[in-house]
Design a protein. Structure first.
Ligand SMILES: [Fe+2]
Length: 483
């Protein structure tokens, strides 16, 4: 049955505010769970349920993807009054489960404005979803990481419940943004969307209503590589063609406002490939003022001592790229601990940061890590790296609202449970380059890092190929190893 649901961003936000306000008492939480449980059951009963909206190359595009029994499908674009504007044909990726992940690119959007769309494939037609297109350079993104929607053989409803926590976290972020007089225009997720990389988990990841209306940009976490389904689940613009990449995904970029986002697969250690990707993205967008990278692996927090030797290698790999291309901000995950680094250049602190502070024309990069949505670490105190300006240990769920404007990036972090702000920092820039002048001479060992990191990635991919074949997936050898 065709269901049509249209609601403005404001009405949607007010509903979310109401729903979220309910979640602050135990009884209301039960009510919220009942609402979610019945919504989840209804929204996942057909394979076509998993509709997801992803940023396009720029504000004039949106990418839409969904599972389908049919290999053909379309996305129908409507204006704010529900009149059909255009139809976009989908391309199909055949999945290991025997059906398809369809993807269509909506193009020609003009902002500011409200649009709507629905998907059609076979005899199925989706609900109608609204989305907004911004008309200026200011916007707010919600950044989170390590969502870990998880299937658990001992917990029948584990996927539903962990997906519900993601849903509540997004609602809390939307409500907080509304209280701040903003709307959330983009959701960034720094990897480990799922714990075992399973299709059922990704269906849970995008079961909520919000990632159908707000562009949802993810990167590959190490857990997303535990199976093959992330490869089919995602549909992204400007994907990098690399000599070596993960079987499940690769780097991609998009521009929103005055920000160039580098969405990087840091599981792939082939640094020459990443460097070429970043260089090409920068050359394609020379006038975009802010450069923000999102990738999974934490570099500086030092919170997990057993990972320090791995992190030393990761820092040697990533810092030269951030320095050379003047990344203003890197949004990371993996540690499940909230930290904001000092301003880093050449793997050293060049300016200390503090909670609530402002950095103007930073002569380097700030690296931020958020906590996990479904697997927060316990609050055991551990020694912080000297390169961290602010940290917050909590078992609560953390979300971050980032206001991007022409002159500043303002980050504010909150927990779902308390609603309190746990950290903030502002980055200001008065020129296109800020204080980023690449002055690190090429180290003699940089070419060596390219070689070593390629070999390390190659060996790693052989391991993943073996594991995936053990899981029963029939993968061509070359594709399995080189991506
Ligand atoms: Fe994780």
């Amino acid at each position: 049955m065709k269901k049509t649901r249209r609601f403005s961003a404001l009405v949607m936000a007010l509903v979310m505010l109401f729903t979220c306000a309910m979640s602050f008492t135990a009884n209301a939480q039960d009510t919220t769970d009942v609402i979610w449980n019945s919504y989840y059951a209804a929204s996942t009963e057909q394979i076509e349920a998993a509709v997801m909206l992803t940023p396009g190359s720029n504000e004039s595009e949106r990418y839409v993807s969904w599972y389908s029994e049919s290999a053909t499908g379309t996305v129908v674009l409507l204006d704010a009054l529900g009149r059909e504007i255009d139809t976009f044909e989908a391309t199909a990726k055949a999945t290991p489960q025997g059906d398809y992940r369809l993807g269509a690119v909506i193009s020609g959007l003009k902002g500011p404005g409200v649009y709507a769309y629905y998907c059609k494939s076979g005899n199925w037609q989706s609900t109608t979803y609204t989305f907004t297109v911004d008309g200026d350079t200011s916007f707010t993104a919600m950044y989170m990481t390590d969502i870990h929607v998880s299937g658990d053989k001992f917990e029948e409803n584990s996927i539903r419940d962990t997906a519900g926590k993601l849903n509540n976290t997004i609602e809390a972020g939307l409500s907080k943004a509304l209280l701040n007089g903003k709307s959330v225009d983009l959701i960034l997720s720094a990897g480990d969307q799922a714990s075992d990389g399973l299709r059922e988990e990704y269906i849970g990841v995008c079961a909520n209503e919000y990632t159908k209306s707000i562009p949802f940009a993810t990167v590959v976490g190490n857990h997303d590589r535990k199976s093959v389904d992330y490869r089919y689940f995602t549909f992204q613009p400007n994907t990098a063609d690399m000599h070596l990449k993960s079987y499940v995904g690769t780097d991609y970029w998009f521009v929103k406002g005055d920000v160039l986002f580098f969405m990087i697969d840091s599981n792939n250690t082939s640094m020459a490939d990443h460097r070429r990707f970043v260089k090409e993205a920068v050359e394609a967008n020379p006038d975009v003022k802010w450069r923000v990278a999102v990738f999974h692996h934490d570099l500086y927090s030092g919170r997990i001592p057993s990972r320090e030797s791995e992190n030393q290698f990761l820092r040697l790999m990533w810092a030269p790229i951030a320095d050379e291309f003047g990344f203003d901000l890197c949004l990371l995950g993996h540690s499940h601990y909230y930290t904001i680094s000092n301003v880093m250049y050449n793997n050293k602190t060049v300016t200390a940061t503090e909670n609530g502070g402002t950095v103007t024309n930073a002569e380097g990069t700030i690296y931020m890590v958020s906590g996990s949505i479904n697997n927060p670490r316990n609050s055991e105190e551990v020694e912080l790296s000297e390169n961290i300006g602010h940290a917050h240990l909590t078992e609560d769920r953390i979300y971050n609202l980032i206001d991007f404007s022409e002159d500043s990036i303002e980050i504010k972090s909150y927990t779902v449970e308390s609603g309190e702000e746990i950290g903030s920092i502002t980055i200001e820039k008065t020129t296109n380059e800020g204080g980023h002048t690449y002055k690190t001479p090429a180290k003699w060992y940089y070419p060596l890092i390219d070689v070593i990191s390629f070999i390390a990635g190659f060996i790693n991919n052989i391991g993943r190929y073996y594991d995936n074949t053990q899981l029963g997936f029939d993968i061509p050898l070359f594709e399995g190893i080189f991506g």
